[in-house]
Unconditional design. Sequence first.
Length: 641
Amino acid sequence: MFDLSALNKEQREAVQATEGAVLVLAGAGTGKTRVLTSRIAYIVAKHLCQINEILAVTFTNKAANEMKERAINLLNQTGTFTYSGENLWIGTFHSLALRIIRPYHSIFKRSSNFTIVDASDQLRLLKKLTAENKIDDKKNTPKQIAYYINRWKDRCYNPEEAKKSSQRFTVEAMAANLYQPYQDMLESLDAIDFGDILKISIELFKQNPEILQRYQDKFKYIMVDEYQDTNTAQYIWLRLLSMGHGNICCVGDDDQSIYSWRGADIENILKFDQDFKNNTIIRLGQNYRSTKNIIKAASGLIENNTMRMKKNFWTEEEAGLPVIVKALMNPIEEARFIASLIENKHRNGLAFSNIAILVRATYQTRVFEERFLAEGIPYIVVGGLKFYERKEVKDAIAYLKLTINPDDGIAFERIVNLPKRGIGTTSINKFYTLARENSISLPKAALEVAKNSKSASNTKLLNFFNQLDNWRQDIEILSPADLMQKILNESGYIGMLKESKNIEDEARLETLDELIKSLEEFDDTQEFLDYVSLVMDKTNTNNSDTLTISTIHAAKGLEFHTIFIPGFEENILPHQKSILEKGDVGIEEERRLCYVAITRAKREAYITFCNRRGAFGSSNPTYTSPSRFLKDLPRNCIRIV
């Protein structure tokens, strides 16, 4: 007999509702993984099907492995079953769909050992295509083209549909024109990419009803984790597989739908009752993670969203401390305040590993990293690199190093072709040869080559050296921050990022803005470069008890005793881009981000905002407004200090 006594009433109901379409609305910390794994074990223990007749889908290998291990352990605990986990259909969308399509490789014109290209291989192939088609890959970068192609595949669009949906004379239109040649190239290489896996599976099912029937008959029950994060292709794939028996259980939380930028469609969960007839909706409202005040704050906040399914979110935990809200003068004071609190908590026995700082934008981490390095607080950055390890920061610092030191070969090699000046590997190798033969530095060798040749690339290289000479004359005149701003503008580096439509490059502009702010604290450029070298040395130390700095997006699924949410301001949270591009829909997703951030806390949550903060390209801080979401927090569970 399978024991359900460890589950609460709603959890038991979700486990025992085995027939038909079931949506389990599982709020943060309500035990959704326990429900999913118990449901798998319950169905098998009740002899409703064999364990290899259950299709259980999630988004990450880590989540899939956890689900598999916990379900098998539950079954083995009954004493009547012994499962090793072989031949189970528990995995990610891509791994399971790939398993389905591989035996039918000849239908989509591949060999049995076809290759799956990863993201870097995809960019390499697209770069080759742009070169073959004489496309300027600075205006139409492989990353931009890959973004559009991947999104079309997420929507199951073929090349013709992509062309019809694209605006003329845009990067999107260019990507649409390359979609079919890219697919032809994949076929010639006996390869597919990740976006193809689900798309091919769907086409296979639609064009071959007998194959679809086989898998509909095979899987007696389908279970889906994080349903709110599904895109169109994933939704269609699940619908097709479940149409036979109709036994599909989707677990998710519309209030935690925060990935629209990568194709997730919140409508999939919101319209569940329309898509699946004779459905059952079960709401898991009891939170086992957080205190009453944290739950009240999160609930009061998210209830202001209109695109959501109503649910009662509660806990039997103690009231705990109210959520603390604090206004600071500027980001430096904000970092100092938070670091001081962290030090006090650590002295009173709270491990650093139980504390997290959750930011909306990656550039926000800089002031905290520098404060923690000064205070000796060990930290890790989740979901990204530490500030001074980021590509754009290293590029900018390389420009500064080469300006200060004309013989810095490492800095020269890093940025001589950023933005592109036609200086490739062949040219660099020529510079190295000349440098060794004449016992001179790499930059000096490159300058000699540039002076003695009139090719287009060497003309650009000579212009680059002239720029360096001009910047060197400014070292004694301009402040380090103004010098950095001038270099980034005149080199074309800022222009390169601004011309790009890539989301990552927009974030890089914010990071460079933060770098320039950091330079405002120094009177001497060399002093700053020495400081950065020391910072990089300190960040390489290892410590198992480390504080976490994370973006809110990357923190989903994590939990901490104490969390801090800095930058609770208009244009940060909610982010300016969401406000401008998505309007009310964007505001609601930003509010969901706040909800996710607050519900990461088990015992204490702190919200801070600044009265003044610098704007991009400006050395003068401007006045800011507290986030509109501050008004959404119920006054009986927060304390403004």
